[in-house]
Write a protein that binds this ligand. Sequence first.
Ligand SMILES: NC(=O)c1ccc[n+]([C@@H]2O[C@H](COP(=O)([O-])OP(=O)(O)OC[C@H]3O[C@@H](n4cnc5c(N)ncnc54)[C@H](O)[C@@H]3O)[C@@H](O)[C@H]2O)c1
Length: 299
Amino acid sequence: MKILINDGLSKGGIAALKAAGFDVDENKIPQEELPAKIAPFDVIVVRSASKVKADVIDGGKNLKAIVRGGDGVDNIDVKYAESKGIKVMNTPTASSASVAELALAHMFALARFIPDANATMREGLWEKKKYAKGLEIGGKTLGVIGIGRIGKELAKRALALGMKVIAHDPFVKSIDIPVALLSKEEVLKQADFVSLHLPKVPEGYVIGAAELALMKPTAYLINCARGGVADESALLAALNEGKLAGAGVDVFEKEPTENLALVKHPKVSVTPHIGANTEEAQERIGAEVAALLTEFFKK
Ligand SMILES: NC(=O)c1ccc[n+]([C@@H]2O[C@H](COP(=O)([O-])OP(=O)(O)OC[C@H]3O[C@@H](n4cnc5c(N)ncnc54)[C@H](O)[C@@H]3O)[C@@H](O)[C@H]2O)c1
């Protein structure tokens, strides 16, 4: 079985695939050449960079499986692949803890002005007074919108830090950790930090101007979910108008983002979609990809 690893995979994952007898090719094929060059492969493994849409699927005459190492399958045309009898798989739990930790990192960064303090110190300044009014996140209320795998990992960590946790998720009716399930409006009104952990929904923005207006002017919004879950223009306006204390953003409506007004905003902590980028998550992803494929071809 020939496997094309087009966006990289951990050393452990590659070793496990080879040990299971797969013929592994790690030479990346550029996106525009994929439709013509995918034919010899039985499997393509991608992260988020490569797109596996109809053109690639049509070129994949031997394709039996498409694997997304990570969460979400936005870069794969799942319906079309399945209509051709190609199995689509992913590793949704491997990065949950890493994303939850990144959301916390943004919360800590915002509460102590770390992004702005980094920027001013690098200019040679010593603005101790500017950063006098930091906050402890312990004792504050965290509102989680979307309490699935990542939301729950974040909630557990926030509880351990002494935060009160409330959540909104229309599909979760009960939960086995001390988190109150409330309406979206109540979560937005009560929370000191609102963290988004839901998929992008077809109806559009889940957090737009109306939702931001419900939040306390002292509150912070964290988006480590997907670009387009929160409206970037409305977010920027809320920050500029003093309706929100700050925002932590890992995911953007367009990536790489060109929204420099948001990126350079002094009340914003930004990262370039690195939620799953930890050694641990990458090792887990590699091991899971190898296990999924070994199991799939056993059948
Ligand atoms: N930043 C990153 O690098 C990174 C990495 C991995 C995952 N993610 C993203 O994080 C998000 C959450 O991932 P997950 O693994 O926890 O997914 P999950 O499916 O386990 O949880 C998502 C939760 O959102 C809920 N939900 C759906 N629609 C909702 C709505 N309108 N309002 C409130 N809740 C709603 C679902 O019921 C579910 O419980 C996804 O968008 C995923 O793509 C980002």
